[in-house]
Design a protein around this ligand. Sequence first.
Ligand SMILES: Cc1c2[nH]c(c1CCC(=O)O)Cc1[nH]c(c(CCC(=O)O)c1C)Cc1[nH]c(c(CCC(=O)O)c1C)Cc1[nH]c(c(C)c1CCC(=O)O)C2
Length: 347
Amino acid sequence: MRPGWEDGRVPSPFLSALRGDRGDVTPIWFMRQAGRSLPEYRASRAGIDMLDACLTPELAAEITLQPVRRHGVDAAILFSDIVIPVLLAGVPVRIVPGRGPVLDEPIRTASDVLRLRPIDPDALAPIAEAVRLAVAELGDTPLIAFGGAPFTLASYLVEGGPSKDQLRARSMMYADPHAWAALLNWCADVTGAFLRAQVEAGAGAAQLFDSWIGSLSRRDYQRRVAPHSKRALDALRGLDVPKIHFGVGSGEVLDLLPGLGVDAVGVDWRIPLDEASARLGGGVPVQGNIDPALLAAPWSVLSAHLDDVLDRGLAAPAHVANLGHGVPPETDPGVLTRIVEHVHARR
Ligand SMILES: Cc1c2[nH]c(c1CCC(=O)O)Cc1[nH]c(c(CCC(=O)O)c1C)Cc1[nH]c(c(CCC(=O)O)c1C)Cc1[nH]c(c(C)c1CCC(=O)O)C2
C-alpha cells in the first residue's frame, strides 16, 4: 500500500509535493484566492470591515472555503491578514481598501519599539476557531496557515503604510540597529504565534510571506533580516507541517531561503522555475510562478504560458502550481477555474 493510504484517506498531492514527491497531477492553489475576484466573497463582505471579517470565525471560515468550492484548488489558505497578529498584540492598524494596512502612529524610534507588547495567546482564539471550522468542512483538502515575514511586517509598521521602496524601514536598520533588531524580533514573535495557533488548530502546511524582500540588498537580507524570518518559522518547532517561503523579487536571495528551515520555496514571476530550481541547488520543491499579468490575456497566450511554467517546474523535485503573486481583484474567476482544469489535465 502506498504510504498515506493506511487510514483510508487520499494523500494530498499538495502536501506530497511539499515533501518532494511528484505525483501524477501537479497540485495548484492561488495566493489571494479568497478575495474580491469572487462575487460570493464580495457578497459575504458587504458592509463588513476587512479586519472585523477576519476576526469573525464563521465568516472567515466561509470565505476560506469559497475558492475551494468554486475552483477545485488543492489547498485552502485561511482568510486572514498578515497584520492580524499586530492588531491582536494591541497595535492599532486598519486596512484601507485599494491601499493596504495603515497605522496612524508608525513605529519609528527605540521608545516606540519598547512600548510593543507580546501577543496574549488568548487573543488568537478567533483565529484558531476559524481554522477549526474551515478544517472540519475541508475534508481531505489541506488548509495553509500563513504569516507575514518580519521584514514585511516591520516595513508596514515603520512606514505607516505601503511604500515604494521601504526607505524609512531600511534607514532604521542602519540609524538604530538595536531598535531594528528588537522590532524584527517582536514581529517574528507575533507572526510566529499567529502561525503556531493556526497549525495547532489543524492547518496542514504553513507559508511565510515576505512581500517586500525584493527591496533588500543580499547582504542586508542575510545579516539583518533572515535570522528573524528563521525565528518566526522556528515558532513551529515540534509541529510536523511542511513550510513554504514566498517572497516577491526574491531572485537574488533564493539560495539563502532553504537555510531558513523551509521545505519549499515560492517564486515570483521574474525568473523561470528551472532557473529558480538551479539557484536553489536542484533539491528543493518549488511553488509558482504564473505571471498575474497574463490572467487577462487571450486563452491561447495564457495556456502557452501555463505549459511553459509546468515544463520548467519539472526541473525541481516537485512543483506546486500557483501565481507569482496574489490574484488581482479584477480577475475573471472563470479564468482561474480554467487554469486549475488545465493544470490538472496535464500529465
Ligand atoms: C502584503 C500582504 C498583506 N496581506 C497579505 C500580504 C502578503 C501577500 C502579498 O504580498 O499579497 C496576506 C494575505 N491577505 C489576505 C490573505 C488571505 C488568503 C488568500 O491568499 O486568499 C493573505 C494570505 C486577505 C486579504 N487582505 C486584504 C484583502 C482585500 C480586502 C478587501 O476585499 O477589501 C484580502 C482578501 C487587504 C490587504 N492586506 C494587505 C494588502 C496589501 C491588502 C490589499 C489592500 C487592497 O488592495 O484593498 C497586506
